[in-house]
Design a protein around this ligand. Structure first.
Ligand code: HDE
Length: 710
């Protein structure tokens, strides 16, 4: 039955959804089962009979329950939501879902890491996929995006090489979900075109605090076509309402042990609690005639269009508001494809995009096993499908009639083609000519200018993190020549960066040979260097995460550490204030046993041993001398101090309630002399709660990282 309170896609999914509540157990043929505990035997100690169709069916299904994981982007988390257009883009595109201001389009979004297997950690240093299926009235439109606006390579023919290099090494299958190994850096150090992306990958963007706190980028330039046939190049952007935030690398490594599902859990819980993740959707629009006005090629996916040169116009909102009912049926079986287009949007000749157009259907055939994967409920268009494609494995639709060809007369000519005026998709007509060549355009041969632009646009702490990431990764490289070659590449981006990394690796900065601009005759692309161009934009503020702080604590997770004797009144008052601002509070005590606070019994969600400070955005040490003393008894002391010291090291807000001096004085904080707005000690003469809230909303005091850690 249609549910008026939910969108068209969810209603469609409902017709494929069942619940086992109050139902009798049956076989797949619907036969009620009388005994699901014992197999059918010849005598109760005898051999099992082949006749046992119930056993055979159950085991056979089990034996075939796994499908191949995605070749890349295997680990993912998905959610349903709504895309709302706030401002019409009809002057630029005739796409229906982008033309009608106020129109809401159902979506399914899948976030993913790239390199790791399905069971790997969420906090790997990696690019994140940000794939969106728009269930539009004109059919499915997929924007298969990433959380970084550029890519490693310029041509699809290099993709298998890139992926083979980053995946675990083929002899021993090590390492899992990590780029810190020989084959990745060997490949990268030979691929100058990857340097811009490497800056992004080594930046904190590669270790997001939450999937809800990262940007989404379409990466390629696409084309918008309006009703009159006029073309604009377009770049797609999603900007998170909560700002763009990351964790520290040290924290990421620890989260991987304490809670490898950190991002998956965070997305799930935020939707369950009604803190719906939201992004502003925006576009950068470039009239067709301005295609060549930039100091880079719009078709080159290793380049971004600086927002200072073409501002992002915000026109819509993406909100995720419903978790999947079933991970496999929805998040695992969803099949994206950058070639799923609607009229009004078209491809460009970006050679990376062109190759993708082949890959996605091809991979679904081996992953989902049949050309009928569009019939899997999550992949179905809300616009009904009518064509003469028939049969194939797992066909579900029952199409009536004798006719499965066109043109036909016996079927009345149905189904009919549509005119463009009726919404028929027609590829944008353009003149194409050229020699048949296996070549790269000279306009693609500037590999360092935007890598520099990115590096120079980072704040001080972000640059330090990037340097440290390079040191971490390259220290795991066992072949010295690769380390040296990589440092040589860095020297083309920034000399100080190269020197700092080289020092820690124990190598010298040797500048690589000066640039060749086209692929050398011997095919050795390590000799292919950059034709450096002077960038119009010297610094782009949009590339730093620093200024994305949104002054909100919405959906931030605050850990309250307490023991018997904690001041319940003060605790509850602070909890109420934080929750009113949208934060989540979780209680952590020495054990899971109920805690006797001054005026009530409280039930902790975690114990000091079951969780760590890395799973929280801020800590409150609950007021109460007795509680503080218990937290400092010999059994709890090292765990309590570990919480405080780690949160401090990771630049988080820490609030010491009244009577917790003993915790403060035993922690690493006591030795510090510098001003620190994010360490708050309860005081009567000021509003310490307010100060705590402000500190949390700033995310982290990265500027104090050095002071806090030395
Ligand atoms: Fe993908 N990519 N990709 N990719 N990609 C896949 O498709 C591929 C690229 C992206 O949540 C695969 O269904 C090639 C850029 C996302 O299901 C595969 C090339 C961008 C996802 C594939 C690229 C992406 C994928 C693996 C270079 C950002 C996850 C499983 C020519 C704009 C989608 C699958 C999901 C998945 C091929 C490059 C984004 C093999 C050949 C650039 C978000 O088809």
């Amino acid at each position: 039955m249609k549910n008026e309170n939910q969108n068209e896609k969810l209603n469609q999914l409902d017709s494929h959804t069942t619940s086992n509540e109050n139902e009798k157990l049956t076989t797949n043929q619907g036969i009620k089962i009388n005994n699901n505990q014992d197999s059918l035997k010849s005598g109760d100690r005898g051999p099992t009979l082949l006749e046992d169709f119930i056993l055979r069916e159950k085991i056979t299904h089990f034996d075939h329950e796994r499908i191949p994981e995605r070749i890349v982007h295997a680990r993912g988390s998905g959610a349903h939501g709504i895309f709302k257009l706030n401002k019409s883009l009809s002057p630029y595109t005739k796409a229906d879902f982008l033309s009608k201001a106020g129109l809401e389009t159902p979506v399914f979004v899948r976030f993913s890491t790239v390199a790791g297997s399905k069971g790997s950690t969420d906090l790997a240093r990696d690019v994140r996929g940000f794939a969106i299926k728009f269930y539009t009235q004109e059919g499915n439109y997929d924007l298969v995006a990433n959380n970084m606006p550029v890519f490693f390579i310029q041509d699809a023919i290099k993709f298998p090489d890139l992926v083979h290099a980053v995946k675990p090494e083929p002899d021993n299958e090590i390492p899992q979900a990590a780029s810190a190994h020989d084959t990745f850096w060997d490949f990268i150090s030979l691929m100058p075109e990857s340097m811009h992306m490497i800056m992004w990958l080594m930046s904190d963007r590669a270790i997001p605090r939450s999937l809800r706190m990262m940007e989404g980028f379409g990466v390629h330039s696409f084309k918008f076509i309006n009703e009159q046939g006029k073309v604009h190049f377009v770049k797609f952007h999603f900007k998170p309402r909560l700002g763009v935030h990351s964790v520290a690398w040290d924290e990421a490594q620890r989260i991987s042990g304490v809670d490898p599902d950190f991002h998956k859990r965070d997305l799930w819980e935020s939707i369950e609690t009604g803190a719906y993740p939201e992004w502003d959707f925006g576009v950068q629009l470039i009239p067709e005639e301005d295609e060549h006005k930039f100091d880079f090629d719009l078709l080159d996916p290793t380049k971004l269009v600086p927002e200072e040169e073409v501002p992002v116009e915000i026109v819509g909102t993406l909100t995720l508001n419903k978790n999947p009912e079933n991970f496999f049926a929805e998040t695992e079986q969803v099949a994206f494809h950058p070639g799923h287009l609607v009229p009004g949007i078209d491809f460009t000749n970006d050679p990376l995009l062109q190759g993708r157009l082949f890959s996605y259907t091809d991979t679904q055939l081996s992953r989902l096993g049949s050309p009928n994967f569009h019939e899997i409920p999550i992949n179905r268009s809300v616009n009904t499908v009518h064509n003469n494609q028939r049969d194939g494995h797992m066909r579900q639709q029952v199409v009536k009639g004798k006719v499965s060809y066109e043109p036909n007369s016996t079927g009345g000519g149905c189904p009919f083609q549509s005119m463009m005026s009726e919404g028929g998709f027609a590829s944008h007509e353009e003149k194409v000519s050229g020699e048949k060549v296996r070549k790269r355009s000279q306009s693609f041969v500037d590999h360092y200018s935007q890598a520099k632009l990115f590096y120079n646009s980072q704040s001080g702490p972000e640059q330090t993190h990037l340097q440290n990431a390079l040191v971490f990764e390259l220290s795991k490289v066992t072949i010295p020549e690769i380390r040296e070659r990589m440092v040589g590449q860095l020297a083309f981006i920034d000399n100080i960066l190269a020197k700092k990394v080289a020092e820690k690796l124990g190598v010298k900065v040797k500048k690589l040979k000066q640039p060749n601009q086209s692929i050398p005759a011997d095919g050795d692309i390590s000799k292919l260097q950059s034709e450096e161009r002077e960038s119009k934009t010297k610094i782009s503020e949009a590339l730093s995460m620093k200024d994305t702080v949104k002054n909100t604590i919405k959906s931030r997770k605050i850990g309250f550490i307490l023991a018997n004797g904690a001041d319940g009144t003060v605790l509850n008052a602070l909890k109420t204030k934080l929750e009113k601002e949208g934060a989540t509070v979780e209680l952590i005590a020495p054990s899971l046993a109920p805690v006797s606070a001054t005026d009530e019994i409280l039930s902790p969600k975690h114990s000091l041993t079951s969780i760590a400070s890395v799973c929280f955005d801020a800590l409150y040490l609950s007021a109460g001398e007795k509680s503080a003393e218990e937290l400092m008894n010999p059994e709890n002391k090292h765990l309590t101090l570990r919480f405080i010291n780690e949160a401090y090291k990771h630049c988080k807000a820490i609030y010491f309630g009244a009577g917790t001096e003993i915790l403060y004085s035993n922690s690493n904080i006591a030795m510090k002399k510098h001003e620190d707005p994010a360490v708050i000690i309860a005081a009567k003469d000021r509003d310490s709660d307010e100060q705590f809230i402000r500190a949390i909303s700033g995310h982290r005091v990265w500027d104090l990282e050095l002071a806090r850690n030395t």
